[in-house]
Design a protein around this ligand. Structure first.
Ligand code: ATP
Ligand code: MG
Length: 361
């Protein structure tokens, strides 16, 4: 499956090189370290797959990679249902293994089990203003989406700071994320610069977002983002019947009423998914031309899409079922990963504390 990756600052130029080689845009420095993660609020879906998981699988052999199950962050808008977050930690870990994240190459860990991350957050909170947090475009949008209005949990408003703690604790320089996370990396880098100025040396490291060309996958309902909270997903562990049902519901072109009508590709989710997952680019191009010309029904497009998704997701689902048989072993893997990650976070926290006069003994 071909995929292009561009550093965030050049993401707007990505379209000019749709089949380009991803590696050409990724810094080649072997010393890069990757930090990424997910909120364990539900099963992972195709949006995560294109937004971040594919890059993680791709780069895990090249760079040191840390992957975080952000359970503490997930609580910032799920404190009314901590059991959901708890249970999804293992579910998301199973999704990771199923898509091919290899614990021998990537360190997978649980955020809440590393108190140093909370500690760093507490210090970094003094390096941002409330106004700056309120201006963060991702936060602004998420507040609207969650109908918080004025009742924003303070933890939610400040989660970009906790994300800065996560990234900097590992001195990560690359962060593979979906497009919606770019403002988070910008906010992290502001904190890094302010801290390093304060410390008068470069203790923390600025990070670069690695955003795939398809930086955001829309939901099956046509909404701009496929998202757990919006219930418009196709999950990576979906059964064959679920995939079939979901593809039937995929939003296409509302003006394409009869087969002979010319169809539109813009905003047509079936074609956006085909762009993301169909490896036969020539066949796809021919199908697009036919659709635009008229004479091709949505049913045919969806048939192609369903076949591709069934083929792509079947091995993922089967691997998931294998790992599910021994949840104890998956938990053990998380424990080891968390211990490894904590050592690194503790080292950075020591440096940070020393730099701001918090080392007394
Ligand atoms: P929630 O609704 O609970 O916020 P989510 O579906 O947005 O869940 P997150 O755990 O917040 O998922 O996101 C994890 C990572 O996956 C982030 O890097 C995010 O950018 C990426 N991601 C999530 N949804 C999509 C999507 N539809 N397209 C591309 N990337 C996505
Ligand atoms: Mg999200």
């Amino acid at each position: 499956m071909s995929e292009q990756t561009t550093p965030a600052n050049t993401a707007s130029n990505a379209g000019s090189n749709a089949t380009g080689n991803a590696a050409s845009n990724v810094p080649s420095d072997k010393n890069h370290l990757i930090l990424t993660g997910d909120r364990p609020t539900g099963p992972l879906h195709l949006g995560h797959f294109v937004g971040s998981l594919r890059n993680r699988v791709k780069y895990q052999s090249q760079y040191k990679q840390f992957i975080m199950l952000a359970d503490a962050q997930a609580l910032t808008d799920n404190m009314d249902d901590p059991a959901k977050v708890h249970n999804n930690v293992l579910e998301v870990a199973l999704d990771y293994l199923a898509v091919g994240i290899d614990p021998a190459q990537s360190t997978i860990f649980i955020q809440s089990q590393i108190p140093e991350l909370t500690e760093l957050t507490f210090y970094y909170l003094n390096l941002v203003t409330v106004a700056r947090l309120e201006r963060n475009p991702t936060i602004k949008q998420e507040i609207l989406l969650r109908n918080f209005e004025r009742d924003i949990p303070a933890g939610f408003l400040t989660y970009p700071v906790s994300q800065a703690a996560d990234i900097t604790a590992f001195k990560a320089s690359l962060v593979p994320v979906g497009e919606d996370q770019i403002p988070m990396i910008e906010q992290t880098n502001e904190i890094v610069r302010r801290f390093n100025r304060l410390a008068k040396r470069d203790i923390l490291v600025e990070a670069q977002a690695l955003v795939p060309e398809i930086g955001r996958l829309p939901g099956i309902d046509g909404k701009a983002k496929m998202s757990k909270s919006l219930g418009n997903t196709i999950n990576l562990g979906a059964t064959s019947a679920e995939i079939k049902a979901a593809v039937k519901m995929v939003y296409t072109d509302p003006l394409h009423l009869r087969v002979e009508d010319p169809g539109h590709l813009e905003g047509n989710v079936a074609f956006i998914y085909l762009d993301a997952f169909d490896t036969d680019k020539e066949g796809l191009q021919a199908m697009k031309e036919h659709y635009v010309r008229g004479g091709l029904g949505d049913g045919m497009v969806k048939k192609r899409l369903e076949g591709i998704l069934q083929d792509m997701l079947a091995p993922i689902r089967e691997r998931r079922q294998e790992y599910e048989k021994d949840r104890g072993q998956v938990l053990q893997m998380l424990k080891q990963g968390t211990e490894r990650a904590r050592e690194i976070a503790a080292r950075t926290t020591d440096e940070v504390k020393a730099a701001i006069g918090l080392k007394h003994f």
